[in-house]
Structures are given as C-alpha cells and as structure tokens.
Design a protein. Structure first.
Length: 413
C-alpha cells in the first residue's frame, strides 16, 4: 500500500467543508490502494500559476515529507506545468484529483464499454500533459495514477493519442447504437424505467440488490460499479417496472469524464422516474445533493423529470432518531442495508407509476386473441369476461401500451 501525502488548499468560505473534503479524499485514496501518511493544508485565496501552492510551501513539503511518502496527491486539478514544477522539487510522483479518480475508474472498469470509456477519459487527460515529441505513459514504479492505458509501456506522441481517441470514440458510438437498439426493443413492451442515481457510495447497488435480489457487487467503496445494471421488479399493485443502477456521481468531475460516460447516463435521461439516493449519515449530504442535481441538469435529466429524494443509511443513527425519521411521511427515509423504510419507498413508486397509467374497458375480437396475452404481459388485467363480441378486459396500463393496440380493439363503457 502506497504512503500518500494529501495536499489540500481552501479559502475561508470553504473552511466549514474542509473535514468532509478530506474524508472524501481519504476514501478515494483508500479505494485506489493508498493510505494517507500525512495531510498538508493551506489557507489560500489566490492560486500560484507556477507551483499551485507557492514555491515556499513546495520546499517545506519536500523537506518534511519526501523521505516518508511514495506519492503526493492534490485535492485540486493541477495544470501540467504545475505538476512538473512540483515534481522537480519534491522528487516524488505527483497526481491531482482527476488523475486519482481516473485511476479508480481504471480499476473498476470490467466490461468492454467501461474500459473504453475510462481509456477515452484518461487519454483526454494525458493529451495536454505531453511534452516534447513523445513521452512514455507508464511512470517507473507503477502504483496509483498509472493504471489503464498508462501501463502500455509504449512511446506515444500527440498524433498517436489523437488517433486512438478517435478510434475509441467510434467504438463507443457503436456501443451507443447497440444500447439505443436495446432501449427501443424494451420500449416495445412499455414498462416504466426507474433509474437510481446518487453521489458515489450512497448505496445505490445495495438498494437495487435489496429490491430485486440482483446479487450484484455491493461494496462500501467509491465507484464500486461503473456499468448500468437493469433489473425487472413487480410492485405490490402488480405493475412491472425496470430498475437501473448507474455510476456514482462526485463533485469536480472533469467534463470529458462526464462525456465519456454519457452513453451510460442515457439510462437516466430515458427514465420515467429517478430515485435520488442520499447518504444521510454524511455531514456534507446537502452539498452532495447539490452536486447530483448539477450533474443531472448537465446531462439533460432534470427538467420535467419525476425525482424522488430518498435518504439512505438510517441504520447508522440511534433508535430514537431512526423512529422520528420513519414517522415523517413527507420524506422517504430508508436503510438499504436492513430494509427499513423500503415499504414506504415502494409504495411511493407504486403511487407515482399508477398516476401515469390509464384505466380502460376494452373488447378484443376472438380472431385477435393474442392481444389478450399482450395485455397480461404489459398491463394489469383487473377483469376478464367472455362476450359475444370477444374477450372483455378491464385493464390498467401505460398510455403508450394502450395506443400500441388501440386500432385492434374496441373501447366500451
């Protein structure tokens, strides 16, 4: 495990979030396989364009920590020139917040799509950081910040990287097309799509597992899953829905990383209902809510969307506090770990889904009997009667389901 020095700057307006920011970085560094040896903080209003924290502070860090740490991580996005200048003095590997997140994504990527998305983001990060005609992407020693395409040991230049970025972009477009076709096929059997979003480590995968027995990886780690998972679920009122889990959000994500995962995020854009899961045990949960809403707006999944804020991890509170939360019927509080409050959440989903459904009495001619089976698959059949004209059904279904078969049936009172 690498020993890491964390460098954190802040101004006076950010001081109240300092502890929460450090805790988040501790989680990121631990997930990447490092351990914080020491933390160097600096109150600073202006950023040094050459050394970020100022030359004096860099020398102070070098004298105090360079013999005891393997890596220096800045909770900031550094310019290439700043990284080079700091490395010359400290003589240790320097990485910034973006590179740390990209490294974790590289570890977590398992499917072809996720691997391509991460490589696309990493190469976009590396491109402006190349100096001279070529650079070896793999730094000596390996470790945090070197995973992904950096392990190739190949001498590359800007032209080759640009060519590779273009190739990945084309491959991601093909995957996007396949995803789009899969979505279109899903739409042929209209079922409400419910997307679970939230700040990283809010408990999205655990919630999906609890609701649907999906049995997927659920770790108390940041970015435990990068690939969207879709599972079917039948609500107590007999309506079928699809739940999708997505990559966790985090503040200060670079735009090209959001762009790389846009195809994954399309499940959120297409969703009929969004469950926004919040880790209520975090002291900075209000700030995390803000971050999630900002990203939803950025990807076009906010306007005209039904969003349920769901406060998770109530099992970490005292029994008295928990009881008070569960009695508050205007807000949804749950524990994805113990299942407490899930009944309220499922009831709320059922109510919102039902609001989007229409109720009809229809007669289906006997020569179109297969449509009866279609309604059993795609709707809730409340009554089934045989008449002289055909099969009479009393149904509840999505408007688009009814419209799909409208021309082949007769509506009655």
């Amino acid at each position: 495990m690498e020993k890491v020095l964390l460098v954190k700057t802040y101004n006076h307006s950010q001081k109240e979030h300092l502890d929460a920011d450090i805790e988040e970085m501790r989680g990121l560094i631990s997930t990447a396989g490092g351990e914080i040896y020491a933390i160097a903080t600096q109150a600073k209003n202006a950023i040094d364009p050459v050394f970020y924290i100022g030359k004096g502070k860099v020398h102070e860090i070098a004298e105090k920590y360079s013999k005891n740490v393997d890596l220096v991580v800045f909770d900031a996005n550094l310019k290439p020139v700043q990284i080079r200048n700091i490395e010359k003095i400290i003589e240790k590997k320097i990485i910034d917040r973006t590179q740390l997140i990209l490294d974790i994504f590289a570890q977590r990527a398992h499917t072809r799509e996720a691997i391509l998305q991460v490589e696309y983001a990493q190469l976009n990060y590396l491109l402006p950081r190349l100096t001279g005609h070529g650079v070896e992407l793999s730094r000596l020693g390996g470790g945090i910040g070197t995973r992904g395409p950096g392990e190739t040991k190949l001498e590359v230049d800007r032209r080759k990287i640009k060519k590779r970025i273009q190739k990945i972009k084309e491959e991601l477009e093909k995957i996007k097309e396949i995803r789009s076709q899969q979505r279109e096929r899903r739409k042929e059997i209209p079922v409400p799509l419910i997307s679970i979003v939230g700040y990283t480590n809010a408990g999205k995968t655990r919630l999906l597992n609890k609701l649907t027995n999906a049995g997927m990886l659920s770790e108390d780690k940041l970015f435990a899953t990068l690939d969207p998972k879709i599972k079917q679920y039948t609500l107590p009122n007999k309506y079928r829905v699809l739940f999708s889990d997505t990559v966790g959000f985090i503040k200060n994500l670079p735009p090209y990383l959001i762009a790389a995962f846009r195809a994954t995020m399309e499940e959120v854009i297409e969703a009929d209902i969004i469950i926004h899961l919040v880790d209520i045990s975090r002291s900075d949960y209000a700030e995390q809510i803000e971050t999630v809403y900002e990203i939803l707006k950025d990807i076009g999944a906010y306007e005209d969307k039904i969003i349920i804020d769901v406060y998770n991890k109530i099992d970490l509170f005292s029994e008295e506090a928990k009881r008070a939360m569960l009695m508050n019927k205007s807000t949804v509080y749950i524990s994805a770990a113990t299942g407490e409050g899930l009944e309220t959440l499922v009831g709320k989903i059922g109510y919102l889904v039902e609001k989007e459904f229409i109720e009809k009495n229809i007669v289906i001619p006997y020569n179109k009997e297969k449509i009866v089976n279609m309604f059993y698959n795609e709707a809730v059949v409340l009554e089934n009667k045989k008449t002289d004209e055909g099969t009479k059904l009393h149904i509840k279904c999505m408007k688009k389901t009814y419209e799909k078969y409208q021309k082949m049936l007769k509506e009655v009172q």
